[in-house]
Design a binder for this molecule. Structure first.
Ligand code: SAM
Length: 379
């Protein structure tokens, strides 16, 4: 039998989104970050910081800032934005600072200047009329990031959603259809020299494509680069936001963490080479049945050559680890040739400076020195 209910009625009970709609919105932003690689990102109306938390894993981002008028909603889950133990054990190459401010998108604050990407996900429909009026000037005129993303419900989709009578959320001040959103967005873009493209997430069911996406999205791209003069002239505004959270992540760009990483890497590399050298000595000892320490001369480089022909050989030999008495010497030049050490320090001089006073070196500073005493005891 034919179902006589109108099509919208049929969908009202069954429509679900996979993944859920909010995740689709966040994924949309993550994809955009992957495409444009912004360094500084601000999320306006960040609520419980879920999007910020997702974005902290995007390695291009160095500054992540959230703004919401409601401090308590941000505080609920902001602990997720702190660095974890792993961030300290293995500091990242990039620097990352996450900050949360309490304040309104209707007010200008200099801490919101200099962003590459600004996201406003399901925010504008929560603004009072007076706030919505100020919003374009604050975001596009004052902050003037390279990219702004605005998402808002598409009211044309509402008849398909179960339980939605007027608005999808009791705090919504309005819900726009596509024509209303697009004419506001086009006018804003025209006024502030941005281009805008429209898309969305939450596909309509087959046969209802004419309704458009459940969430409509405008992606605004600034047409001209911001001049340093225009950026400076805006910086005269006073502070109005209150900072409620700040976390500076450990980073190899910070000398303190770089030094720890380099010292650890040098000790690990030198220790591995020491073990390999002593293992070699032991196996030769077993083969020849003599005293491994007596055979140490085999592993000492001959550094007294001065012939030009054999110069290269001298250099190479001077990079070999060797045993002298109870001490094992691992030349720093050799340690520097390891990719990870090389990558961390960049130059040999920098390696020497970073480990000075932190690692036991030979008297001329050319090699890491270990005692073999404990190895002998174990053997
Ligand atoms: N963007 C988040 C998301 O997509 O999950 C949450 C959006 S939530 C529906 C709207 C948020 O906007 C709320 O957390 C609310 O406190 C915030 N908000 C409302 N008016 C605001 C204003 N004038 N300035 C800044 N945030 C505001």
């Amino acid at each position: 039998m034919m179902d006589k209910k109108p099509k919208e009625e049929q969908f009202r009970k069954i429509i679900t989104f996979t993944p859920p709609l909010y995740k689709q919105r966040y994924e949309f932003i993550k994809d955009l970050v992957g495409k444009y690689k912004p360094k500084k990102v601000a999320d306006l109306g960040c609520a419980d910081c879920t999007l910020l938390w997702m974005l902290k894993f995007c390695s291009c981002i160095e500054v992540l800032t959230g703004l919401d008028i409601c401090a308590s909603v941000m505080k609920e889950n902001m602990h997720r934005l702190y660095p974890l133990a792993g961030d300290y054990l293995q500091p990242a190459e990039r620097s990352l600072t996450i900050t949360l401010h309490q304040g309104s998108v209707a007010h200008k604050d200099p801490c919101m200047l200099g962003f590459d990407l600004v996201t406003c996900i399901e925010l504008i429909e929560h603004l009072e009329e007076s706030e919505l009026k100020e919003f374009p000037e604050v975001v596009f005129g004052f902050m003037a990031p390279s990219i702004v993303v605005i998402s808002t419900p598409n009211s044309e989709f509402n008849p398909l959603l179960p339980g939605v009578m007027l608005f999808r959320h009791p705090d919504h001040k309005f819900e726009w259809n596509r024509e209303q959103f697009q004419s506001w967005a086009l006018e804003t873009a025209r006024h502030y020299d941005y281009s805008v493209e429209f898309t969305g997430v939450g596909h309509p069911p087959t046969g209802m494509e004419n309704l458009g996406f459940c969430t409509q999205i405008g992606v605004f791209v600034r047409k001209y680069p911001q001049t340093s003069e225009s950026a400076q002239s805006e910086n005269t505004t006073g502070t109005v936001y209150k900072t409620v959270f700040k976390a500076v992540y450990p980073s190899l760009k910070d000398e303190k963490y770089l030094q720890i990483a380099v010292v650890n890497e040098v000790i690990f590399t030198a220790e591995t080479m020491k073990q390999s050298l002593l293992g070699q000595l032991m196996s030769e000892h077993e083969e020849y049945n003599d005293d491994p320490i007596e055979r140490k001369s085999k592993f000492q480089p001959s550094v007294n050559f001065f012939s030009e022909d054999i110069g290269k050989l001298v250099v190479e030999k001077s990079m070999e680890p060797f045993v002298n008495g109870n001490l094992v010497y691992i030349p720093l030049k050799r340690i520097f040739s390891f990719p990870r050490v090389n990558q961390l320090c960049g130059t040999f001089d920098r390696l020497c400076k970073l480990i000075a006073g932190k690692v036991t070196l030979s008297s001329d500073g050319s090699a890491v020195v270990f005692s073999t005493e404990h190895e002998n005891e174990e053997n």
